[in-house]
Ligand binder design. Structure first.
Ligand SMILES: Cc1ncc(COP(=O)(O)O)c(C=O)c1O
Length: 456
């Protein structure tokens, strides 16, 4: 069932381009200032500069209203100016902006930890640590797993993305732009094959057998602290592993005393139609990392896991100056909590997991016919919930990043922001805010479908 009724929004939910060309003059002036002042390693995808955002739209400095199929890379699931979040942030900063939880604690941190312990899979006792960014959460998850197991090795998957810090660069697969020229990287990080049904033709258990064989032969379970997996790969191409892959890897980890870490930073928090992507196969990770969607746009991340693992590092060994900021925690509470700071949990109140499933229905209805229509140049529409993607190949079946570039540029010229992913840049990913209304979603998909037809 699709229930994507329009929610009450501050800004009109419309695609409206009012300037003769994009970017308009105000955005062009800002872009000139940016290139004169900001390092070129920071390269904005959208050429327009945003002055307002709400629901499924981004409004730029020239008054153009874009459809947002990016959500700040899977962050603003509840909307970029969700009223409950805005109110919680206002209330929090009116009292204090910072104390540092490890010097002078506050309730919001503990309340977020309690909520994450409750909603992450498994009814065992759990503990949570809050940090700022996704990469920081991954770093801490690995630190904790190493400390608990007394082992060093870390296994990550082909095509994985875990961040841009030194350890997480080592864990990330794609060279350009994430790693090239930035080495040397952290040691004891090993890469293993990950199920990719479109290309490997293996069942989940067959793919897992390969992965396990490699881990046993090339590393040895006794040396392995943790396996870190994105249950649906994000930057790596929105790859959903074949059914049975994740449970088999989790089971092998359990049998061998290896910590199974699910990196749910992009896929978690209702994005895939359930609280977490692992829930679709009833996999219970030992440790989970979350970030992005958990605090309505405020910087917050978390590591949640089995109490005995999380409590291995001693007092004072985890933390950071801004980790679990009171303002970010205050924002997270109305996003996820049923009754916190007098605001209802937006993810539950608005049934954002249900809306994610509704988004999937509409996207598949409009985009799946393109697989046949393009003679397989759109090789696959895949993903779960509102974490969906299209993989493009050329007439010979090879990855077609060049066509994807043109499609994304045409979308942007028509007022739709989309992002790419995949090692070959040949995947367009769709990450609309989960609060997007059906009419706007359909408008955006129409723009995308037209751009695909024009370029293929
Ligand atoms: C699966 C996954 N892990 C980790 C990260 C890193 O998060 P951050 O950019 O907040 O450091 C990302 C970011 O895209 C991600 O998708």
């Amino acid at each position: 069932m699709t229930d994507l009724t329009d929610l009450t929004t501050r800004l009109p939910q419309e695609l409206k381009i009012v300037t003769d060309q994009l970017p308009g003059p105000a955005s062009a002036a800002l872009a000139a200032r940016t290139s004169a002042s900001v390092a070129r390693g920071i390269a904005p995808a959208l050429k327009a500069y945003i002055v307002d955002a709400d629901g499924g739209v981004l409004v730029d400095a020239d008054g153009n209203s874009f459809i947002d199929f990016a959500s700040g890379i899977a962050v603003t699931s509840v909307g970029a100016s969700n009223p409950a979040v805005v109110e919680a942030v206002r209330e929090a900063v009116g009292h204090f902006t910072h104390t540092n939880f490890t010097t002078s604690p506050y309730e919001a941190y503990t309340a977020v930890a309690e909520k994450l312990n409750e909603i992450t899979p498994g009814d065992h006792e759990k503990r949570t640590v809050l940090l700022n960014s996704g990469a920081e959460a991954v770093e801490n998850a690995v630190k904790i797993a190493r400390n608990y197991t007394g082992r060093n090795a870390v296994v990550v998957m082909d095509r994985a993305y875990h961040g841009r810090t030194n350890l997480t660069m080592a864990m990330t697969a794609k060279n350009v732009p994430y790693k090239d020229g930035f080495g040397p990287f952290a040691s004891e990080v090993y890469r293993a094959p990950m199920s990719y049904p479109l290309h490997d033709g293996l069942t989940g258990p067959e793919a897992a057998e390969q992965t396990i064989w490699q881990m046993e032969k090339e590393i040895g379970a006794d040396n392995l602290a943790c396996v870190v997996i994105e249950p649906i790969q994000g930057e790596g191409g929105f790859v959903v592993p074949a059914e049975g892959f994740l449970p088999a890897i989790a089971e092998w980890c359990r049998a061998n005393g290896v910590v199974f870490i699910a990196d749910e930073i992009q896929a978690g928090m209702c994005r895939t139609g359930d609280w977490f992507a692992v829930n679709h196969e009833n996999v219970i990770p030992d440790v989970m990392t979350t970030a992005k969607g958990i605090a309505g746009g405020m910087p917050l991340s978390a590591v949640t896991g089995r109490a005995e693992i999380m409590d291995a590092p001693g007092p004072g060994s985890l933390g950071g100056t801004y980790a679990g900021s009171p303002v970010a925690c205050a924002a997270a509470l109305p996003v996820a909590c049923a009754a916190a700071l007098a605001a209802l949990g937006q993810m539950e109140e608005l049934d954002l997991a249900g809306r994610a499933r509704g988004i999937e229905t509409v996207v598949r209805e409009i985009l799946e016919p393109l697989v046949t229509e393009t003679g397989g140049r759109v090789a696959e529409v895949r993903g779960r919930g509102a974490m969906l993607a299209l993989e493009f190949v050329d007439a010979d079946g090879h990855a077609d990043g060049a066509t994807v570039k043109k499609i994304v540029a045409d979308c942007q010229a028509a007022g739709l922001l989309t992002l790419t992913c995949g090692l070959n840049g040949n995947v367009i990913r769709l990450l609309p805010p989960l609060v997007i209304g059906e009419a706007l979603l359909r408008d955006g998909l129409t723009v995308l479908a037209e751009a695909i037809r024009k370029n293929i």
